[in-house]
Design a protein around this ligand. Structure first.
Ligand SMILES: Cc1ncc(COP(=O)(O)O)c(C=O)c1O
Length: 417
């Protein structure tokens, strides 16, 4: 090997593979990514050379995109792109400061009003990302001596928010209300507690059991937060989300959403009562100390809300596609768990098999995401498929034929009972 080539796979660029020491010693020991690259099975950071459409180009290969969270197919909508471009013309490419100081524009305030109205809360606050929304909200609200009680499959950013907070973290089994009841019973009745669940779970695609959760919260004097990253634009009247879907908006104290899925941009928000939003505005650190969402993103989301209201058939089409594809997988005999959304997992089991199946589908021209630890517990690896309003029946039927081949190759097909 020439001295200017790199580690095992030659993927570390032109620098020699160094033995790092001290605090960096762990970096030398971490070789898993290089091993996967060496055998062509590294599934991350694939470079997509086209827009987030139903078909994309990766490394010159045309692929059917079944791994995007753009559920309503809004990232490429001409009106939304035009609104974004117009905002750049008017306000420039960035705000050069946090919302707290010089980074608040009229369109931030307009968007907060629109989002609060969409989900049915008094007020809302926009953050630079969904991730920061969750870490900021949880860390600001949960203090020492208080509890945050979360579903085991909650998103990583809620867990990071818990780690940043001074409170005590309690986890209940996924969507298991008996376990939640038991965990709540172990906490002193007078202690403050916040229960957090995803509305639609990001990997499993199942919907939280909100009515039972809300009942337990009320019985135990707890407040409720729903992370509706995958529920906004998907569930509820007009895409208002999971709480609206169950008619429980008044019972959910905090509704979180992100712009990076259905709403086709980047950023996040929390909606709640005026008092709570006023508090978060002054204590949620990512709101105070991180640069505000860019004019392009904020304008895109405002236009996305218009399109969502004016083109309700998008939500219908997305659901038709989700049911068609899940029905096809079930008929073939795949295990798709409890999915009831545009997110459809195919349960595969161990990581090696999951990567091999991902590679098989890639070679067939299908872009999907393998979900491996730490995204899921070991042994629960899955191929995560997501469908959008933009997919045609031809595309989905074409995909099902290829999934059938993969299912046979990896012995994943069980006849429906
Ligand atoms: C359930 C859930 N919450 C929060 C986030 C973070 O949102 P964003 O990626 O927009 O920062 C995600 C994104 O993957 C998510 O799936």
């Amino acid at each position: 090997m020439d001295s200017m080539s790199s580690g095992p796979s030659g993927t570390l660029g032109t620098f020699p593979a160094q033995q790092e020491s001290g605090i960096f010693e762990k970096c030398t020991r971490f070789t898993r990514a290089d091993e996967l690259k060496a055998c062509g099975l590294y599934p991350y950071q694939r470079v997509i050379e086209t827009g987030q459409d139903t078909e994309v180009t990766v490394n010159g290969q045309r692929m059917l995109m079944l791994g995007s969270n753009s559920y309503l197919e809004l990232t490429t909508h001409p009106r939304i792109k035009a609104a974004s471009a117009a905002a750049i013309q008017k306000y420039g490419s960035g705000c050069a400061g946090s919302r707290f100081l010089n980074g608040t524009l009229p369109i931030h305030l307009e968007l907060e009003r629109r989002l609060a109205d969409l989900v049915g809360k008094e007020a809302a606050l926009v953050f630079p990302t969904g991730f920061q929304t969750n870490t900021g909200v949880v860390a600001a609200l949960v203090h020492q001596g208080e509890y945050v009680v979360v579903d085991k499959y909650i998103h990583a950013c809620i867990l990071d928010g818990c780690a940043l907070s001074q409170g005590t973290l309690v986890r209940f089994n996924h969507n298991d209300m008996a376990d939640l009841e038991e965990k709540l019973a172990r906490i002193a009745p007078e202690a403050n507690k916040l229960i957090i669940t995803d509305g639609v779970f990001s990997m499993e695609g199942d919907i939280c059991r909100l009515p039972e959760l809300v009942r337990l919260a009320r019985a135990n004097g707890a407040q409720v937060m729903v992370d509706d990253a995958h529920g906004i634009g998907v569930l509820g009247p007009g895409g208002a989300g999971t709480a609206a879907h169950f008619g429980l908006t008044g019972q959910v104290d905090l509704i979180m959403g992100t712009f990076s899925k259905s709403l086709g941009a980047i950023g996040g928000f929390i909606a709640a009562s005026e008092r709570v939003i006023n508090y978060l505005m002054h204590f949620a650190r990512p709101f105070m100390f991180s640069a505000s969402a860019s004019p392009a993103s904020v304008a895109a989301v405002l236009a996305a809300l218009d399109v969502m209201a004016e083109e309700p058939e998008r939500i219908r089409r997305m659901w038709d596609n989700a049911r068609f594809l899940k029905g096809g997988f079930d008929e073939l005999g795949f295990d798709t768990g409890q999915s009831d959304s545009p997110i459809i997992p195919i349960m595969v089991g161990d990581a090696e098999r999951c990567l091999a199946m991902w590679d098989f589908l890639r070679k067939e021209g299908i872009f999907v995401n393998p979900v491996l630890p730490p995204g899921v517990p070991p042994g629960r690896c899955m191929i995560r498929i997501s469908v959008t309003a933009g997919h045609t029946r031809e595309q989905l039927s074409w995909a099902l034929e290829r999934f059938a081949k993969a299912g046979q190759a990896f012995d994943l097909l069980r006849p429906m009972s």
